[in-house]
Design a protein around this ligand. Structure first.
Ligand SMILES: [Fe+2]
Length: 287
């Protein structure tokens, strides 16, 4: 109870500071949710024979960049990716509405195979409102990784691609069984998992849940929205479910031997503005 109280006081204080900055007019355009950047990340694992390029989209929160997200689709097309990965929180838990997500994903399937994992917002709506987003995504040809993994071939290499549906808070036996099986797999392991809390000792050290030290080659995450304000040389400023100065808010982070790649996301669902923290898609090349 005390922790919840402290968190809400911190959240409220952070919101006031950021609104003061907004009032003073020091907010850059990137905070107004009108543009996004493409961030390139290169991973040298020497485990693949040929380079694999991934386009990574996360945390859209029902935003649109151009009509039907035409700007987003054209940026992804320009990357010419081998796979498109969507890391969750594309809809909002406030309402069971996801037409924007379906329209976007339908266009993405015309570019490359699309793999989608739920974020906490989709998962909340599936549990509470029996949202059919998963069925509708599958209907248009999206590969929904609902705590499951598959072996796929990309540019002559075999990749074991997995997706964890739930955040550490809701992690259950389905996820445990999936991860036990996944970690026995034989090929390059690429895990889609919305919440990087699984790799964060500040968030969970529960041995049944943590993925720290597990043999995962690359994990793709979102959720932390870049820590709202990116302070040069320090990093993210605040994340509601972690607190001040959270780790794993953006970029490529080596945790054990796992490259934990975190997207700043493409939209927001809270009232906090963003500073020095552009919306982004990631272009990740693994070789
Ligand atoms: Fe999000």
């Amino acid at each position: 109870m005390e922790k919840i109280c402290l968190n809400s006081i911190i959240f409220s204080a952070a919101a006031r500071i950021l609104f003061l900055l907004a009032f003073l007019g020091v907010l850059p355009d990137s905070m107004k949710n009108q543009t996004f950047e493409t961030t390139e990340i290169n991973i040298n694992t020497h485990k693949l024979q040929n380079p694999v390029r991934l386009a990574v989209l996360s945390d859209l929160h029902m935003h649109e960049y151009g009509k039907d997200n035409a700007d987003l689709v054209s940026a992804v097309r320009e990357l010419d990716p081998d796979l498109i990965t969507v890391i969750g929180d594309m809809m909002n838990k406030s309402e069971n509405e996801y037409g924007i997500v379906i329209t976007l994903c339908r266009q993405l399937t015309e570019i490359a195979p699309v793999y989608f994992v739920y974020g906490n917002h989709e998962y909340d709506m599936i549990i509470k409102e029996k949202s059919k987003i998963g069925d509708d995504l599958k209907e248009i040809g999206v590969n929904v990784l609902d705590s499951e993994w598959h072996t796929i071939e990309v540019n002559g290499d075999l990749i074991d691609i997995g997706g964890l549906s739930r955040s550490p808070r809701y992690y259950n036996w389905t996820d445990t069984l999936m991860m036990q099986s996944y970690l026995q797999s034989k090929n390059f392991r690429l895990l889609l998992v919305h919440d990087p809390g699984f790799f964060d000792p500040r968030y969970t050290t529960n041995p049944d849940k943590t993925l720290i030290g597990k043999p995962i080659d690359v994990a793709l995450c979102g959720h932390r929205h870049g820590g709202q304000v990116d302070i040069p040389y320090i990093g993210g400023f605040y994340m509601p479910d972690v607190g001040f100065f959270p780790d794993l808010t953006a970029g490529d982070n080596l945790v054990g031997k796992t490259h934990v790649i975190v997207s700043r996301g493409l939209g927001d669902h809270n009232i906090l503005p963003r500073i020095n923290n552009p919306y982004e898609i990631l272009s990740v090349t693994i070789q």
